[in-house]
Write a protein that binds this ligand. Structure first.
Ligand SMILES: [Zn+2]
Length: 357
């Protein structure tokens, strides 16, 4: 007789190809040819297009891969997506590539999913783990958190390009990864209290991503190639861990709920990773972890540790903390089912020095 758990299917979809290192951009054409990509619509924004397109263009031309660029400002993602859907070249393309920052990657992934095309990720800033994950985090009317979309067929991470990103995006990537320390604690807690599936392997992998960048926090804070490389490898690994777990659980817990709540309360005041970093300081306090060490490492990586640094008011932090548990009620975390009271939220933000005491 089949048991209930035997009936649960667990599907793992992974990228076919992940390339990280120097001069990667020049090998995109050659590698795409090997995996039979012939026509690519490359979605990008002004900065990556003007700074980094030349090597990509000659690499695609040398392998006779057909391509078109779609350059946009990405100010209003909804209209942007609708515009892109009517693109003529999209109809005949077999692949959509995202060549740029977080929003470019997210929009391209979503278009690839909705039009049943391959998705290729060519990130130019190491700001969050969406560069290799199947998740998109575009706010919709009914949700403020990420959802499953499409696993990249290939990821091309050129360290030379990625280390030219402004420091704030590199520090944001650090904040997104350090958040895995509290995310896996929340996951384990949910498993113990609600019986939710918990994958030890995926949790361990997420933890080693965080451990590996903590060792390099100073290098990440100075944007050395070694530091950026460690960060990019961790971001890619975390994206793959999400695919292995079949859920964002190992990479997104109460610290992410806080970041989503803050985006809701203060209308996207900062980058995702900086908000997650601040959330991690507070959630690690609740988990009785060494929150001061987390804060020190964020400082070394030049990531924000206070409300002031990300331009939000103290009352907005408290409101976001008290709302966080309600952002995604089915996701059990250290915040419990009801979430924090205003008084508990104020104390937490004060004791961790996110707001002034
Ligand atoms: Zn994240």
């Amino acid at each position: 007789m089949r048991t209930e758990s035997a009936k649960i299917r667990h599907k793992i979809e992974l990228p076919k190809l992940v390339l990280a290192g120097e001069e990667i951009i020049s090998s995109v054409g050659e590698e795409l040819k090997k995996i039979e990509v012939r026509k690519v619509l490359i979605i990008t924004s002004k900065t990556p297009y003007s700074l980094f397109k030349d090597k990509l263009v000659s690499s695609l031309n040398s392998e006779s891969i057909k391509f078109r660029f779609l350059v946009d400002t990405f100010k209003t993602h909804k209209e942007t997506i609708e515009n892109f859907f009517s693109n003529e070249f999209l109809k005949e393309a077999d692949t959509v590539a995202g060549f740029g920052g977080g929003k470019v990657i997210d929009v391209s992934k979503l278009i690839a999913e909705q039009k049943s095309k391959n998705f290729i990720s060519i990130p130019t800033v190491p700001s969050h783990d969406g560069i290799a994950s199947p998740l998109v985090s575009l706010p919709a009317e009914d949700r403020w958190y990420s959802r499953f979309s499409k696993t990249p067929l290939a990821v091309f991470a050129d360290i030379e390009i990625l280390s030219k990103a402004p420091q704030v995006y590199v520090s944001s990537g650090f904040g997104d990864i350090i958040g895995k320390l509290t995310a896996i604690k929340d996951w384990r807690l949910a498993h113990l209290l609600t019986g939710e599936y918990y994958g030890e392997y995926a949790a361990q992998q997420a933890k080693s991503c965080a451990d590996s960048i903590i060792k390099k926090s100073e290098e990440i804070g100075t944007k050395s190639k070694e530091g950026v490389r460690a960060l990019v490898e961790a971001l890619i690994s975390c994206g793959i861990v999400i695919s292995i777990a079949g859920s964002s659980r190992p990479c997104s817990g109460s610290e992410h709920l806080f970041a989503h709540a803050l985006d809701y309360v203060a209308n996207f005041p900062s980058t995702h990773g900086l908000e997650v970093g601040i959330g991690t300081i507070m959630m690690s306090y609740l988990h009785d972890m060494d929150w001061m060490e987390i804060k020190e490492n964020l400082e070394k990586a030049k990531a924000a540790t206070t409300a002031k640094e990300i331009g939000v008011g103290e009352e907005q932090v408290v409101k976001a903390l008290s709302l966080a548990a309600k952002i995604r009620p089915e996701r059990y975390t250290i915040l419990g089912e009801k979430g924090l009271t205003i008084e508990a939220a104020t104390n937490l933000a004060k004791v961790t020095k996110v707001i002034k005491s």
